[in-house]
Structure formats: C-alpha cells, structure tokens
Ligand binder design. Structure first.
Ligand code: IPE
Ligand code: IPE
Ligand code: MG
Length: 233
C-alpha cells in the first residue's frame, strides 16, 4: 500500500497559544501584558503561515473554561480582539487573508460581536490563508451543541458528514498539525473531534516567545511524520 508521508505543508494548522501568563510573571509584569505580547506574536504567525502556504490556521484565544479567571483578566481578554483587529485589519486584508470565528456568541459583549461581524464581512471573499480565531470556544460544548441541534432538527440517524455539518468548523478540513506552546502536554478542550488524526507538536516556548522559525520547525517536524490513518503499509 502507498505510504502517506507528508510532502506538502500541512493544509490546516491549529495552535493552542499558551504561556502568556508565565511569560509575564517571569518579567514581573501583569498577566494582561503577557496577553498583549501574545497578540503581537499572533499577527506575525498569521502572516508567516500565509506566506508558507498554509491554507487554514485556527488559533485558540479564549476557552469556555477561561471565564473562570479573575475578572480583570477576563475583561482584558474581551477587549483584546477589538484592539487586535483594529490594529491589524489593514494588514490582514492587504494580504488577502480571510477571517472567521469558532465559538459561542453567548456572553460576548455587543461591541465585540460587531467587530467580529465586520472583519468576517470585510474579508469573506479573500483567497489567501483562512484564519480562524477560536474565541469562547470549547470542544465538548461544541459537540453537545451539535447534538442538541441534531435533535431539534429531528434527525434519527446521522453519519460523520452530518455530524461535521453541525460543528462550528463546518466546511473546514480536519486539522493536520496541532501545535501547543508552553510545554503543557494536553489539548485543553480544543477541537477534539477535528484532531482525531492530527499530528501533535509541543513546543517548550511560551507563546509570546514563539517565532516564525519555531513555526517552521514545527512544519519541518510534520514533514518527517508518516500518517497511517489506522492502515498498514
Ligand atoms: C494563554 O496563556 C492565553 C489564554 C488562555 C487566554 P495563559 O494565560 O494560559 O498563560 P499561562 O498558561 O498562565 O502561562
Ligand atoms: C488553553 O489554555 C486555552 C487557550 C490557549 C485559549 P489554558 O491555559 O486555558 O489551558 P490549561 O488550563 O492549561 O489546560
Ligand atoms: Mg495557560
């Protein structure tokens, strides 16, 4: 049987951008400064992923569990995407990048909902990288939500395709490469369905320290892997 060694860059890369708090703590700065530096890093990585030919990049910015953090931090994390898209929308559009979101709109303030809508609308016909921001996203909640909608629609039997059409990631191919920074070896409720056959890559770097060359290293590692999907050679 034909080997399925990767010869092209991963089509879909997902990143758990972790370690902002520790990055700040190491420097005696507030956790929020760590998040700000993390957002700066994100724009570089988006541009780089676009340049190297990745088609989809999904980044985890706020989980359904992150609401349990101190109010000051949650408030800041709700403001950060506003700043992020205000500062970077021109660069995003100029580079033909399409933006969308996965996650729940519940509990998101109206200003942020408006920003989300605007950037999605402004970039919807772009043909470069599709950047997907996971915000107020949790995979278990996503799956439960899908099942509840399936029940509402009165479907009695479903298959993989139908299930996937009820997920936030409808129409987006499964993740090829999942990167997590900050040396934590877990997936923290991110894209559990969509990473069934992903290659996993863990970086020791804290997210604000993660560079384009670290991204390239992850891609290089991916290219050495042989994906078997349960088959034998
Ligand atoms: C990731 O960094 C960003 C979010 C979860 C919002 P953390 O804030 O989790 O940073 P650490 O893990 O505490 O260092
Ligand atoms: C995962 O990081 C969520 C995001 C990066 C947005 P966490 O810091 O919330 O995950 P745990 O708590 O270490 O599992
Ligand atoms: Mg963390």
């Amino acid at each position: 049987m034909q080997k399925t060694k990767n010869i092209t860059p991963p089509k879909h890369v997902a990143i758990i951008m972790d370690g902002n708090g520790r990055w700040a703590k190491k420097r005696n700065l507030s956790r929020n400064i760590g998040h700000k530096m993390g957002a700066k890093r994100l724009v570089d990585i988006i541009m780089h992923a676009n340049k190297v030919g990745v088609k989809y990049l999904t980044c985890y910015a706020f989980s359904t569990e992150n609401w349990d953090r101190p109010k000051e931090e949650v408030d800041y994390l709700m403001k950060l995407p506003l700043e992020f898209f205000e500062e970077n929308k021109k660069q995003i559009s100029d580079n033909d990048i399409k933006v969308s979101f996965i996650g729940f709109d519940e509990n998101i303030n109206s200003e942020l909902l408006k920003t989300k809508k605007e950037i999605v609308e402004k970039t919807k016909n772009n043909k470069g990288l599709h950047f997907i921001l996971a915000f107020n996203y949790g995979s278990q909640a996503e799956i439960i939500n899908a099942v509840n909608n399936i029940i509402k629609d009165k479907l009695l039997v479903i298959d993989k395709e139908i299930m996937e059409s009820y997920l936030f990631t409808k129409g987006i191919p499964d993740v090829d490469l999942l990167i997590r920074t900050s040396n934590e070896l877990r997936v923290s409720n991110f894209l559990l369905w969509q990473i069934s056959y992903s290659e996993l890559y863990f970086s020791k770097k804290l997210w604000p320290d993660f560079t384009k060359s670290d991204f390239d290293k992850a891609i290089k590692d991916f290219l050495k892997r042989e994906r078997r999907y349960g088959k034998v050679e």
